[in-house]
Design a protein around this ligand. Structure first.
Ligand code: SIN
Length: 479
């Protein structure tokens, strides 16, 4: 399909209210067949530095725009995105590979952050605190200033809107560097933001070399906040680079999500929950089930039921109706999944369905049982459609194995025992716990992790705080 016929297709950068090009460009490919869709600019350093300066000038005006007006502009953007859901989804599938039905879902999910924060724009309440001396303590919440966002390829729309919407709602300006694999969804979103009527310079999309843009954004003293979603390795690097300018940071980094299925679980619900969390986006999400711990009494039944569901998954071009699993983003991603499957089988895991060797852009959805903590897939994020099943006997053992990782993003528990779910939720060292569900993402909920999975929360009222500074004003001698 020719992507350029879509009315919101754009391959120029959106900077200070202008669509700009550059001499050097970067190809964007379709992961399904490796064909080149288009190319986007590799912006020069001087252009990005100028964009940051312009964003600072724009922010000084934007923070004075009434909360109501900011809210209305966000609402316009939300409406336009939903009106163009189909085109946005098509662009996303072409550059990212996920099935069209998932792309449509992601566009709605992405838009829901804009809707949520259009409402939160009006609710950035401060405080008046009783004082112990003759003064009045006032707390103002103020926009932090120019922000930067560096976003990943697995969710080309939602990871942008959940950073941009609270930033704009709070009165900040923002520069977004989308993943090099998926800049077209970001540019299409910018096209709709232009139509929504936001003032010049408060929302910018810049493309080019990730390393050099990351360095420019983190080292700029004008950029007051960086929000990054991606690997722990790159997050740590950006954090180090940000240290000289003492930036506020939000980091949503790697995960290694455990799913614990207890004997008391509703088995069908647990199997469906694992399907939802494991195979969404072909397993390429930070909150994907990475380790599936199943209690001994239901172990065999669980494995059998999961096998049937996994074998029913249809692989194919994301644009084809009925496709459940699209291509992985690139060859490197496929090789990693294959390595995890092979390692598990070499160390005693038993293949239930699937295979370790793939011949095209897909990874065959694979289940291996009798997996143990010593295997690679227990330690590293697989980021693909491989479901390793571990057997456990006691609750303590399941919790201990689940926490045995440097990561702490999402975790899942399936149980019908109310005391158990409260006990285990408290014991799990994770930022998020799904109980009897594999789908936890929601604009109204605080998304984020602990340990090496990151800092800060996105979505919800807490997501707004990430773009606000607290100012304490002391009103003295009031009596
Ligand atoms: C992620 O994989 O980082 C995001 C997943 C989500 O928001 O559901």
């Amino acid at each position: 399909m020719d992507i350029t016929i879509l009315s919101i297709f754009e391959n120029r950068c959106w900077v200070n209210g202008q669509w700009i090009t550059s001499e050097k460009t970067l190809d964007v490919t379709n992961p399904f067949d490796g064909s080149i869709l288009t190319s986007v600019p590799i912006l020069e350093e001087s252009v990005i530095l100028q964009a940051i300066q312009d964003a600072e000038i724009a922010q000084k005006k934007w923070k004075k725009v009434s909360a109501n007006e900011r809210s209305l502009l966000l609402r316009n953007w939300f409406n336009l995105i939903m009106q163009h859901q189909e085109e946005l989804a098509t662009i996303m599938t072409l550059e990212q590979g996920k099935p069209l039905k998932e792309s449509r879902g992601e566009i709605a999910y992405a838009a829901s952050y804009i809707e949520w924060f259009s409402e939160e724009a009006k609710r950035a309440y401060g405080d008046i605190i009783p004082s112990n001396i003759h003064s009045e303590i006032l707390v103002f919440k103020e926009a932090i200033g120019v922000c930067a966002a560096i976003t990943p390829w697995n969710f080309p729309a939602a990871m942008i809107t959940r950073k941009v919407a609270p930033a704009l709602a709070a009165g900040c300006s923002i520069l977004v560097k989308p993943a090099s694999e998926t800049p077209l969804t970001a540019l299409a979103l910018a096209k709709l933001a232009e139509q929504a009527g936001f003032p010049t310079g408060i929302f910018n999309v810049i493309t080019g070399s990730s390393m050099s843009i990351g360095k420019i954004l983190t080292e700029s003293p004008l950029v007051k906040k960086l929000s990054f979603t991606g690997s722990t390795e790159i997050g740590a690097k950006l954090m180090a680079q940000s240290s000289t300018t003492i930036k506020k940071l939000s980091l949503e980094l790697g995960g290694n999500a455990p799913v614990i299925v207890f004997n008391s679980a509703n088995l069908d619900q647990a199997v469906q929950g694992v399907m939802d969390t494991k195979f969404r986006n072909a397993g390429q999400t930070c909150v994907c089930a990475n380790r599936i711990y199943v209690q001994n009494e239901i172990y065999n039944d669980f494995v059998e039921k999961l096998k049937l569901k996994v074998e029913a998954l249809k692989m194919g071009n994301g644009l084809d109706a009925g496709t459940d699993i699209g291509p992985l983003i690139n060859r490197k991603a496929i090789l990693k999944v294959e390595e995890h499957i092979r390692d598990a089988m070499d160390k005693g895991g038993v293949l239930v369905t699937g295979q370790a060797k793939n011949v095209n852009a897909y990874c065959v959805p694979t289940v291996v049982k009798d997996v143990t903590q010593e295997m690679l897939c227990a330690k590293e994020e697989t980021f693909g459609p491989f479901a390793p099943i571990f057997k456990f006997t006691t609750e303590d053992e399941a919790v201990q194995m689940s926490n045995d990782t440097e990561f702490g993003l999402a975790s899942y528990v399936f149980t019908q025992d109310i005391n158990q779910f409260i006990r285990v939720s408290r014991e799990l060292e994770y930022g998020m716990v799904g109980i009897n569900t594999g789908l936890i993402s929601n604009a109204a909920a605080p998304f984020g992790g602990v340990k090496s999975s990151g800092i800060g929360r996105e979505g919800s009222k807490y997501g707004m705080d990430e773009y606000l500074e607290i100012k304490y004003v002391c009103l003295g001698n009031i009596n």
